[in-house]
Structure formats: C-alpha cells, structure tokens
Design a protein around this ligand. Structure first.
Ligand SMILES: Cc1ncc(COP(=O)(O)O)c(C=O)c1O
Ligand SMILES: [Zn+2]
Length: 425
C-alpha cells in the first residue's frame, strides 16, 4: 500500500473510511468511493523531475499517486501486468488541417496489452487482488474490461469469471476465451450482466472488478492523465529553466463515455496533478455518449446529478450502457471543468472510424471513434476553439469489432481468379 493513501471518501455523503475498511461502495448509502491522498506529503516527498526522468517507462512510475504497488515481479523481465501504460501520444496533422484546430493529439490506448484503455483499471485491481491474497476475480463487461482483466491475469494464479451480454463482439469474446476465463454470456444487457456478477461475487466470495463500484478502477484510469501531462511537458523543450515542471495540461480532453469511469479517472488524474501544483490548469472535458445510450447526456441536460436508467441499443459496445455506474463523477468531470457532453450516432461513429484510420493511421472500434465525433461537434458548438490544444483519448482497437469495421469501410475487395489481366482491368 502507498503510505500517502489516506483512505476512501464517499462521493455522495462524504464519509471517509480507512483503506482496508471498505472494498467497494460506501457502506452507509451504496455510492461510489474515491481514494484520498495526502497531497502535501506527496509534494514534499517527490520532485516531479525525478518522476519524469525515471527509467521505468510504465504507469507504475506514478506509484506515489496510486493506492497499491507494482505486483512483486522482482528478478523477472517486464510482463504486461508489471508494465501497463505508456501508450504513445501522436499528433494528427491532417485532422488539424482539416478541422483548422491548432493542435490535436491522439492518446493511443489501443496499444496497451489487451488493446484497450481498460488495462489501466485491470492492472490496479489485479495488483490489489495480489496484495490481499484473492483467488478469483469476476467482472461484468461490455467486452473490454473483461478481455483486459483476463489478459493481465494470465500468468498469475488468479482465476477469472466473466459475465458479458450475448451481443459482445467476437474479437473481445475470443480474447476472453483464449486467455482462459470462465465465461457466462447473459441473455440481456450489460446492466443485466453487471447485476448478476454482483450477486455471484457476493454468493461465492469472488473479488469484483466491476467498473466504478471498485474504487481501484478510477485510480488505474487516472494514469492516462499523468502520462498525457508528462508527455506534453517533455515535448516543451523548456527543461533548462530552473522552475520548469515536466508536466503540462492540454486545453481540452475528449473522452468516450459509457459508465463514466474513464472520464472520471482522467479528471481525477489532472486533479491530483493540480493538488501538488505540477500543472497550472485543468483541461475542459468533452464527454461523448452514444445517441442510442443517452442516460448521461439526458442527466447532464437536467442540470442535476439524478440519472435515470435508459435502455441502450448502440453498435458501440463499449459505451452501450443503460445505467452508468460512475455517472455522477462523470457529470462532475464535465461540470467542474466547464466542459460539455455531446452525442454520437452509430453512423457518425462508423464514419469517424474511417476518418481516424485514413487520416491518422489508427484503427479503432466504434466506441472509441466517438471521440472524433465529439471533436467535430464540440467545435460546432463552440466548446473547442481553433487555437486550443486538444487530446482525444483513444480507448479500444478496431480489431476487437471487425464486423463494425467492415460496415465502416468504403473500400471494395476485387475478387479475381488471379490473372494479371484482371488487375489491369
Ligand atoms: C472502447 C471503449 N471506449 C470507451 C468506454 C467507456 O468507458 P466508461 O464505461 O468507463 O465510460 C469503454 C468501456 O467499456 C470502451 O470499451
Ligand atoms: Zn456515502
């Protein structure tokens, strides 16, 4: 455990708990918990320049801000579990030119071990499980959280039990199966799978990775903010100044939103960096939900934190959620940063997959492509200005959902017998 972790605070009633007093939600009212740290002590203990110059190119090099420590793999070469994070940050000059925006970066988490952002949360939950002697971890998932958990548990003694909706794309199912999980495909939605996994975890004593209700998920996800700020700071070239901080915020963060845990995690990461004064501003957050999974968008429009369950039916499996499980914290990420929510239709996401693939060389799944739809819409709505520096968080690979990719492409295959004349024709 990190000695700077003070414990967990309920996001609703504010009650605080010691770190080993709680496992999931607030015992008092069932709301999600948030990890609290002694920022003054962190600030005294660590020089950001030491972190930025650390030879460890994994998200564990931010362990001073994490609730648990790197799984003990001393003497072993890096494994996917011990080396999570540090995905590339690319410029997208063609999209910048096309949309006339000064700077657009793509934070490419399709390059993590299981090809999705969810590895950040899974790594943290697995590290906690290993710390506490857990034998079995379960998870409900639209596909990526589960495939990530199962990938990263491979090679450890942890057993995994997975609950997914039957609509989960085959690529994600293949990952879950090949790494050796016990899989239940539930007739119904992700939300049905979520409720069943909660019951099963209680009945059988399994540790539950579920998004939002397990407070370690947000802590893992916040590492994306650290990396983005460090990568932007290191590209700055002002290292010679004695007062320089190797961390810097973009103006805008665009994040696809299902349960709302990724956006709340990245928001938390920037809050941590502000608390120790390693950055001087909070980016504005643009959350992108699917038009066919509108629960959070509607809640945002009401101006309250009340979220009604709304049945979802989008092709974007990663953000197909009826009742967002970290919705309140997602709403706060938008409201506290003067950001906005925008919606993406299925057609717009397929079109965006095409644009990202051809103009920025990244192959993403529909839920991830929602970030590009959000960029265009927020520009139209005035939520992004042309001189902003914008980061799009990429969250999942297109290879996970090949059916959608084929639906998205305008390319045509020429089926021929194999003669040179046919090519000429
Ligand atoms: C590819 C992809 N993008 C975005 C999300 C949304 O993340 P969250 O549910 O934390 O909002 C998910 C979640 O499964 C996902 O798989
Ligand atoms: Zn509470």
């Amino acid at each position: 455990m990190n000695t700077h972790l003070l414990g967990f605070r309920c996001t609703q009633c504010g009650q605080t708990y010691a770190h080993d007093e709680v496992t999931y939600t607030c015992p008092h009212d069932g709301n999600n918990l948030d990890a609290c740290y002694d920022y003054a002590a962190i600030k005294r203990a660590v020089d950001p320049r030491h972190i930025a110059s650390s030879p460890d190119r994994s998200a564990w090099h931010y362990d001073i801000f994490l609730p648990t420590t790197v799984p003990d793999q001393r003497g072993l070469p890096p494994s996917p579990l011990s080396s999570f994070g540090w995905s590339p940050l690319y410029r997208a000059p063609r999209i910048e030119r096309d949309l006339k925006v000064r700077t657009i970066w793509l934070k490419d988490d399709t390059r993590l071990p299981s090809s999705s952002f969810k590895d950040r949360a899974s790594s943290m939950v697995i590290a906690r499980a290993l710390e506490t002697g857990v034998k079995t971890i379960c998870a409900a998932s639209t596909g990526n959280a589960a495939s990530s958990l199962v990938t990263l548990c491979a090679g450890t003694d942890l057993r995994t039990v997975i609950f997914v909706p039957q609509s989960t794309p085959e690529g994600k199912l293949a990952q879950i199966l090949i790494h050796g999980a016990e899989v239940y495909a539930v007739e119904g939605s992700y939300d049905d799978a979520f409720d069943l996994s909660t019951q099963a975890s209680q009945a059988y004593g399994w540790y539950n990775r579920n998004t939002g209700i397990n407070p370690y998920t947000r802590e893992g996800k916040k590492t994306a903010a650290f990396e983005i700020a460090e990568e932007l700071g290191s590209k700055e070239g002002h290292q010679l100044s004695p007062s320089f901080s190797p961390f810097r915020s973009p103006d805008v963060m665009i994040v696809p939103v299902g349960d709302g845990n990724i956006i709340s995690g990245i928001h938390k990461g920037f809050k941590d960096l502000l608390a120790v004064e390693w950055i001087d501003k909070m980016p504005r957050f643009i959350g992108v939900t699917a038009t066919l999974a509108p629960a959070l968008y509607r809640a945002w429009q009401t101006g309250t934190e009340h979220i009604d369950t709304v049945s979802s039916s989008t092709i974007a499996s990663g953000i197909s959620v009826d009742l967002p499980r970290d919705g309140v914290m997602a709403l706060r990420a938008i409201r506290e940063t003067d950001g906005l929510f925008v919606e993406a239709t299925d057609e717009e996401m397929l079109e965006a997959m095409h644009v990202l693939a051809q103009d920025a060389a990244v192959f993403v799944e529909p839920a991830c492509a929602a970030a590009y739809v959000g960029l265009r819409k927020a520009l139209q709505l005035g939520g992004i200005h042309i001189d902003d520096e914008v980061v799009l968080q990429l969250t999942g690979s297109g290879l996970k959902d090949v059916k959608s990719a084929l639906a998205a492409t305008a390319g045509r295959i020429h089926r021929i017998q194999g003669k040179l004349e046919e090519v000429g024709e």
